[in-house]
Design a protein around this ligand. Sequence first.
Ligand SMILES: NC(=O)c1ccc[n+]([C@@H]2O[C@H](COP(=O)([O-])OP(=O)(O)OC[C@H]3O[C@@H](n4cnc5c(N)ncnc54)[C@H](OP(=O)(O)O)[C@@H]3O)[C@@H](O)[C@H]2O)c1
Length: 636
Amino acid sequence: MASRALPPPPPTVRRTGGPVSVVFGATGRAGREIVQALLREGHDVVAAVRNESKLNEVFGASALSGATPASLGHGLLDYISGIDVTNAATLSSGNVPAVLKEASHVVVALGPVGGVQPGGGFGFFPGLTSEDVDFKGVTKVIDAVVDAKGVVKEGAGEGGKKQAAGEVEERKRTLFRFETPEDVAKWQRLDDVIMGGQSSSSLELDREKGYATYTGSLVVEGGGFCGTRASGGDAPVDLSGFDGVTLRVRGDGHRYKLNLKTTETLASENVYQAAFDTLPLQDAGEGAGGWQTITIPFHRFYPVVRNRVDYKAAPLQPSSQAAVSLGLVYSRFEFNRQANPYYDPGAFSLSLEEIALYRSRRPSLVLVSSAGAERNAKVETEEDRKTEIPIVMLNPGGILNWKYRSVQRDRERKREDGRPDVVCAVESPACAFASVFFNTPLLFSSFPSAETYLRASPLPYIILRPCGLVPEKAFGDEPSTGKLQAGQGDTITGRLTRQDLGLAVAAALASPYSAGKTMEIRRDEAADANAMTGVGRRPRTTAVTALELFQTLVADKDRAVSGTSGLFPFPEAVDPPQEVSPERAKEILNDPRVKAQQERDRALVESGALQKGQGGGGRIEEEPAAAVSMTASQGK
Ligand SMILES: NC(=O)c1ccc[n+]([C@@H]2O[C@H](COP(=O)([O-])OP(=O)(O)OC[C@H]3O[C@@H](n4cnc5c(N)ncnc54)[C@H](OP(=O)(O)O)[C@@H]3O)[C@@H](O)[C@H]2O)c1
């Protein structure tokens, strides 16, 4: 590359007004695709890089001069340079804390750095090993984000209450309260008498207790529904920036429906409708007295005309619609005149404290970890390791251990020592002081991996564990849906492109279902196979498929308690295995699965589709045993 004078870094971050995402590892092979996906989604991206020349090499000179190349997307690309995550001082100096404070999201796609060693052969460079970057470096980034945001943490560990500032915060906007006669007067009765039925209902205020009860009697003959409706006020209520409607109610075991009329459904019979179930009174817990908080995301509202679903109507789009009125319905029918499974003729009672719009927490930090990390922690013997997938067999430099290791076993180890818990995840003056104060040696590793450190941090996060990362061409020229699949518990293996990973990161940052979760991710090759035969052909990953991706995943806190989620709790720690011997590495490389991958990559290199060193097996071309230790994509 021709040398050129580089302009000084800009003093403040350039912004268009979209979300600001800081990406660590932005010049890495995965990081650059993540940057581009975020720019396409309208994020303003700040690349946190080691040096400007690599940024120039990867994104072009315009990235340094203030103009985002048009090909990169809608957002603005900016950078902070001189970042060495192994050196905390570089994360707390200059404008870095201000940039981190301003950022809505931080993406960590770091990896160890290696190459030809001074003494010959390949390996990670001292100071930039997996332990240095994947573990210590990542924990320093997490600390820097926590410090910059001034995040407070109440209570320790996974159960501690977490709060974070900024755009990722949960939000609520109250639409209706039920405390005064004026509150109740906003609601109008809409029973089946309007069509000749005999049901009746009313909303009655209990002023002393500060709530109202919607009560009445449902008569099936001649109709079979009761309803009440209130307008949102003088002006329609903007729904953008919210995820759904939340209600604080005490019911009677019946299923009710919530109607939402928006600027899109002004015709008299059109409305968006969602059903919700209430607790039977006898199940009401002590103290709570049967009160429940119901949350109904917007995507659970169906467009209906009377109670028939209007399949041709536009779905409820909070970004472009405003709420005009809200209604509650108790009906013998659910949708499409099918029976409401939880209704009884006669009396009903639904007490109401509040109806509000809500926005869920978004992840403020995305950690790109690796599939195989949890699988590695379950390996008990070297014999077991031999039956594992190649990346777990090799576990180069203990990379998988530095990404994931459980907290629990280390705690037990300390207690056996009988020493007080002066345990630090990384070196810091506070830790050194504590060790002197308690007259005890410094113990490191209370949270001895990047993943566990992040889970115990106060930041809302998502941990994405990609399976083997490969170039687009690795999938050949066959039609592809680009659809992604998620797994949990580290059981899936497979491949995906770095562009796929970029899409998944962007989708995770927008999704109300991604915070607090750890997932493996791969390309849905079965969907691709179907696409080849014309069955189930679908567009590339979209907002809807991204919703599918995160919605059904179990939150990490629910995995911690055995039996609540159907997923095993995270496994206990294992020590990093011994480095594999060159002989064993050769054996692994002779594994038919690895050989097949190498063959595929070799063919791509020969056809010019894949640059040497670019693919899952590309680096193996150069120097088998050690080169394999530098790539994580093998055989996942
Ligand atoms: N390859 C796979 O198949 C695969 C599969 C699953 C998961 N993963 C994981 O995905 C992540 C990203 O992988 P990748 O292939 O994109 O890695 P990569 O190309 O090696 O990129 C690593 C990035 O980290 C940066 N970095 C390293 N040390 C740093 C330091 N001390 N301070 C600041 N930045 C530093 C590098 O900066 P420079 O650009 O300046 O060198 C580079 O941008 C890794 O954690 C990897 O384990 C990979």
